[in-house]
Write a protein that binds this ligand. Structure first.
Ligand code: ZN
Length: 344
């Protein structure tokens, strides 16, 4: 079959790889109907040290079950399924606590012999716990929004949930990428009274407004902070959802959060030292967030997609074939595209 591999920074190739097969009785093989390129794929695309063998890519996909192992339950051949961005057994203590990203028997796409989502087929470990069956089956119109549940929408929802967004709360979302926009949508769903979106790409912030942002702040750094303060009578907001992953974004978060407020970070951090010292201590700021256990949220969000309540798939602004994946990376890295949907 064909699949995308990254050999180093800026070097993505689509090549022939072995067809996936059932290895463990808990595996399934899924034919990928749609996958995508993630904002987090752009970090290795910018910095990965060249390798001879290349790494399989992609951790978001929806598809059709082609084969199941002897121990797989609750999934049948022919089911249309959503795969969250981490595989999990669904039965261990962490999974039962809703922290499937810490599953004791989990697996990551594209590593340790597991296929990536940017390919024609995927061997899915722990299929019973990992996959979510779409009860309505395949529906072309819903593919983008179902795919969004695999990562970005669940991540945005995780940010808002961990941030304690609730009716009456004011929220700042930092970042107008697909996760930031999903965080806006999630904050709206959870009843935020006011949502200030910090982002400077007009097309994206336009979608942010459609998703529920009440204000857009295009300025960055000190000017951006001043603008948010101005909009909030000098206080900042109850909740800040940080969806970038760079240190300046987190620094901004500390400056626009209201005393007693919560910063929820879901941008994969590209730095280690966090500015969480005496200042935030004196203002009783909470810092939370982390990698999203998407599996914990998919069923709930799926019902809203099927009912037409939310359309998180609007974050995709280009559809490409598998052979065009290298160009898709380039265009996302060059910010020509917000998020690429891949149809193998
Ligand atoms: Zn588990």
């Amino acid at each position: 079959m064909r699949a995308a591999l990254m050999y180093g920074a800026g070097d993505v190739r689509v090549e022939n790889v072995p067809d996936p097969q059932i290895v463990e009785p808990t595996d399934a093989v899924v034919k990928v109907v749609a996958a995508c390129i993630c904002g987090s794929d752009l970090w290795p695309y910018a910095s990965k040290v060249p390798t001879a063998e290349g790494a399989r890519m992609g951790h978001e996909f929806v598809g059709t079950v082609e084969e199941i192992g002897a121990d797989v339950t609750g999934i049948s051949v022919g089911d249309f399924v959503i795969a969250p961005f981490v595989a999990s057994d669904g039965t261990c203590d962490y999974c039962r606590e809703g922290l499937q990203t810490s599953c004791r028997h989990g697996a990551h796409w594209g590593s340790d012999g597991v296929d990536g989502g940017q390919g024609e087929r995927v061997r899915v470990p722990q299929a019973s716990g990992t996959l979510v069956v779409v009860p309505a089956g395949f529906d072309e119109q819903l593919v983008p929004s179902l795919l969004a549940l695999s990562d970005v929408m669940s991540t945005g929802y995780h940010a808002a949930t961990k941030g304690g967004v609730a009716p009456g709360k004011s929220v700042t979302v930092i970042g107008d990428g697909a996760v930031g926009l999903s965080a806006v949508l999630a904050a709206k769903m959870l009843g935020a009274e006011r949502i200030i979106l910090m982002g400077r790409h007009a097309e994206r912030t336009k979608l942010g407004r459609e998703f529920g942002a009440s204000d857009v702040v295009v300025e960055r750094g000190a000017d951006g902070v001043a603008r948010v303060k101005e909009l909030t009578a000098g206080d900042g907001t109850h909740v800040v959802l940080e969806a970038v992953g760079l240190k300046p974004a987190l620094e901004t978060a500390f400056q626009v959060v209201r005393p007693g407020g919560v910063i929820s970070r879901v941008g994969a951090p590209q730095f280690e030292d966090v500015p969480f010292g005496f200042g935030p201590f004196m203002q009783n700021i909470t810092l939370t967030g982390g990698v999203a256990p998407a599996r914990a949220y998919i069923e709930k969000l799926l019902a809203l997609v099927l009912d037409g309540v939310i359309q998180p798939g609007k974050v995709f602004d280009r559809v490409i074939g598998l052979e065009e994946v290298p160009a898709g990376y380039r265009d996302m890295a060059d910010r020509k595209v917000l998020k690429v949907l891949v149809r193998p």
